[in-house]
Design a protein around this ligand. Structure first.
Ligand code: BES
Ligand code: MN
Ligand code: ZN
Length: 487
């Protein structure tokens, strides 16, 4: 987890700095330093670099060139691209990645631009994430990161928000990266509860198996019955200080399959390799809830996270079996590997019963989503255009793209069953992410609802910019940005 100290500072007050990072942008072929005072820590900083130099470096977001010999710390010029939030995040990431172990890195950001300041700090922090818990030697990171500006006005708040967001992302990634052998459903619930108990204005309940039975969560119980590990359901609630009966209420639901072997419809060896990450949705909604108070979210938020393993065994659910979800609808299991929708069915019922303003679920739901949109775009589904647009805009702002997909009623036939109200698979080779979304829709009633299928972008095999390998916690920042806009 990130423990790099990050501090806001006035440029004039910067202490020990090994690497001073200046944002640069293209100015008609010249490389222009953006908002940098002429004097930093006692030496003068060039403002415009000559054309020869301009040709040797780039100003694209995150492109960097180090220069020495100005009499102070190493200067690192890093491009901000077009200067949008993504540019500033990549600027921050390039800065912190350039710092050697133990070094003090200072990023210079423009004054009075809270959005750019927060984005730069966030990029710097996100890029430092490492999952070293199971390595006998820990990789050492930079010693400290200072975010400096000529004016301190607003900088504290911007840097604090970035630190909160980065910490939420690191918390989610730590859960997601944790091997399934170390993170049973009960262990995940315990870590989630500990996290939420530490957050202000937040309460948490953990349902154990007896309660799950009493509450008739037939989908969750059906998936869990093949595992030696009992299921859990975590419900966290955030109620802001000034909440009234009229305050909007957002319910977040996340898929928490701590390991997806496929069950009796067993996955291949390769297909199973990454399936410890199949609880990403649950980790994301818990992490989001835990950050609400620190980010000053003004609406009520509830997180619902069903947790279970999907394992094959003599007690496992069989293809052909029928399960009854909380709302009484019956589900014919034809492929036990389509388990996410079964546990989400119950969780969405619980959420819908709360009659929230909006309900959003996040799930690593289908391989078909990866085929449709690849590793960098999530599929979004919504019963409401304004909600779809809001999530799209939040995703664009955060560099977590989601693309609107349809919920066509005329595809409902894809999940028609002979023996039950629906079957848990669609047509072979056709619209698999869509039929999974239509399945979920059966459990939301009249609630304004959106679904993010993050199977593709939920993990990354590459490291780039502020993105780290393994868990990405993709859509967590989108949710936080969305929640922060609501009143
Ligand atoms: N967890 C998987 C989806 C997944 C696949 C996530 C690849 C991330 C990467 C899900 O439970 C699953 O197995 N879905 C099946 C459904 C099918 C049997 C209808 C799939 O997509 O193959
Ligand atoms: Mn599966
Ligand atoms: Zn799964």
């Amino acid at each position: 987890m990130t423990t790099i100290p990050v501090a806001p500072s006035k440029v004039a007050d910067l202490g020990e700095v090994d690497l001073l990072v200046l944002p640069v942008r293209d100015d008609d072929g010249a490389v222009l330093a953006v908002a940098v005072p002429e004097n930093v820590a006692g030496f003068s900083v060039p403002q415009v670099f000559d054309e020869d130099f301009a040709r040797s470096t780039g100003t694209g977001a995150g492109e960097s060139t180090a220069i020495r010999g100005f009499g102070g710390p190493t200067l690192l010029l890093v491009g901000i691209g077009s200067g949008d939030l993504e540019g500033w995040r990549r600027f921050g990431a390039a800065a912190s990645r350039a710092g050697r172990p133990g070094q003090h890195v200072a990023l210079v950001v423009p004054p009075k631009d809270a959005a750019a300041q927060e984005a730069a700090a966030l990029g710097a922090l996100l890029a430092t994430y490492r999952f070293d818990r199971h390595r006998s030697t820990q990789r050492e990171g930079v010693g400290s990161i200072a975010v400096a500006s000529s004016s301190i006005v607003g900088l504290d708040k911007a840097v604090a928000s970035a630190a909160t967001t980065a910490d939420a992302v690191a918390f989610a990634k730590d859960l997601i990266n944790e091997p399934a052998g170390h993170l049973s459903p009960s262990e995940m619930a315990k870590r989630a509860a500990t996290r939420l108990k530490a957050a202000k204005h937040t309460t948490v309940e953990v349902w154990e198996k007896a309660r799950i039975e009493k509450e008739k969560l037939g989908g969750l119980l059906g998936v869990a019955q093949g595992s030696l590990e009992p299921p859990r359901l975590v419900i966290g609630r955030y109620v802001p200080e000034k909440a009234t009966a009229k305050t909007p209420h957002i319910v977040l639901v996340g898929k928490g399959v701590t390991f997806d072997s496929g069950g009796l419809s067993l996955k291949t060896g390769a297909g199973m390799m990454t399936m410890k990450t199949d609880m990403s949705g649950a980790a994301i909604v818990v992490a989001a809830l835990g950050a609400c108070d620190d980010l000053g979210v003004k609406v009520k938020v509830t997180a619902i996270a069903p947790m279970t393993e999907n394992m094959p065994s003599g007690s496992a659910v069989r293809p052909g079996d029928v399960l009854t979800a909380r709302n009484g609808k019956t589900m014919e299991i034809l492929n036990t590997d389509a388990e996410g929708r079964l546990i989400l069915a119950d969780a969405l019922c619980i959420g819908a019963e709360m009659e929230p303003t909006v309900m959003i679920d996040v799930a690593t739901l289908t391989g078909a989503q990866v085929v449709a949109l690849g590793s960098d775009i999530a599929a979004s589904y919504a019963t409401d255009q304004a909600l779809s647009n809001a999530l799209f805009d939040a995703g664009e702002a955060e560099g977590e793209h989601n693309w609107p997909m349809p919920l066509p009623a005329y595809y409902r036939s894809h999940i028609d069953s002979e023996v039950a109200d629906m079957k848990n698979i669609g047509k072979t080779g056709e619209a698999g992410s869509v039929s999974a979304a239509l399945f979920l829709q059966e459990f939301v009633g009249e609630t304004t609802w959106a679904h993010l299928d993050i199977a593709g972008p939920g993990r990354s095999e590459v490291e780039s910019g502020y993105k780290t390998r393994g868990a990405t916690a993709f859509s967590l920042r989108t949710l936080l940005t969305y929640l922060r806009t609501l009143r």
